[in-house]
Design a protein around this ligand. Structure first.
Ligand SMILES: Cc1cc2nc3c(=O)[nH]c(=O)nc-3n(C[C@H](O)[C@H](O)[C@H](O)COP(=O)(O)O)c2cc1C
Length: 206
C-alpha cells in the first residue's frame, strides 16, 4: 500500500487522546508547513492559525466546544481562523497577493477585476464570506490530518463548538472568524473500525 493510503487507513477521528504524550516540535512545525503549502482559492491564503497551548485557555474553550475532552487532552490544539476583511475585493492585501506572482500591472488589474466579479456576491453577505474563507481552511486541515497520519499522529476535526463563544474567548480581531478546529496527538486506545458507505453508493460514472 502507498504511504498515502496507509495514512488514510490510519487516520480516525480520535476521541480519546493520551494527555501525557507530546508531539515532537519539529514534527508539529512540519505539520504547520503543510498548512502553509495548501492551496487556496485565488491563492488568498485566508487562514490565520492559532495554536492553543495555554491550559486555562483550553479549559475555557472546552466548555464552548461541547465539553469535548479532545480540547484539553490533545497535544496540539489548532484553531483555523480566517481574516475575512482583508480578502475583500480591492484591498491592498488582494493586490499584493496578485502582484507577488510577478505579473505586469495590467495583468494584476485584470486579476483584480476577475476576483471582484467572483467575490462580489459572496462578500455582500458576511456569512457567505466566512463560509468561503472557511472552505479554504478545511482543505488545509485535511492535508494536515493526512500528513500527521503519515507520522502516526492522530487527529480529530472539530465542528462541534459554539462559534460566537469560541470567537469571544479567543478575542479575535474585527473581521476575523473561526472556521474549524483540529486536535492533534496520540490515541489513548485502539481506534474502532472505519465505517464507510460502499464506493458504488457514492460514485457514479456518466
Ligand atoms: C468537519 C468535521 C467536523 C467534525 N466534528 C467533530 C466533533 O466536533 N467532534 C468529534 O468527536 N468528531 C468530529 N468529527 C469527526 C467525524 O465524526 C468522523 O470523521 C466521522 O464519524 C468518520 O469517522 P473517522 O474519521 O474516524 O473515520 C468531525 C469531522 C469532520 C470532517
Amino acid at each position: 500500500m502507498s504511504e498515502f493510503l496507509e495514512a488514510m487507513a490510519f487516520r480516525h477521528a480520535c476521541k480519546a487522546f493520551d494527555a501525557e504524550k507530546q508531539i515532537p516540535s519539529e514534527q508539529f512545525e512540519s505539520m504547520l508547513d503543510v498548512v502553509q503549502k495548501s492551496p487556496s482559492s485565488f491563492g488568498m491564503e485566508p487562514w490565520r492559525v492559532i495554536v492553543v497551548r495555554n491550559p486555562n485557555l483550553r479549559k475555557a474553550l472546552k466548555s464552548a466546544c461541547w465539553n469535548q475532552n479532545q480540547i484539553t487532552d490533545c497535544s496540539e490544539l489548532v484553531i483555523f481562523t480566517t481574516d475575512n476583511d482583508t480578502v475583500r475585493s480591492g484591498t491592498p492585501y488582494v493586490r499584493k497577493m496578485f502582484e507577488r506572482r510577478g505579473l505586469p500591472s495590467e495583468a494584476v488589474d485584470t486579476y483584480m477585476g476577475v476576483y471582484k466579479n467572483y467575490l462580489e456576491p459572496i462578500e455582500a453577505d458576511e456569512v457567505l464570506l466566512e463560509n468561503w474563507t472557511a472552505k479554504q481552511c478545511y482543505i488545509a486541515m485535511a492535508n494536515m490530518m493526512t500528513y500527521a497520519a503519515t507520522l502516526k499522529i492522530d487527529s480529530c476535526p472539530i465542528e462541534g463548538f459554539d462559534k460566537e463563544e469560541v470567537e469571544a474567548i479567543l478575542d479575535l480581531e474585527y473581521g476575523h472568524s473561526v472556521a474549524v478546529i483540529c486536535a492533534f496527538g496520540y490515541r489513548a486506545k485502539a481506534q474502532s473500525e472505519q465505517k464507510r458507505l460502499e464506493l458504488k453508493q457514492i460514485v457514479e460514472y456518466r
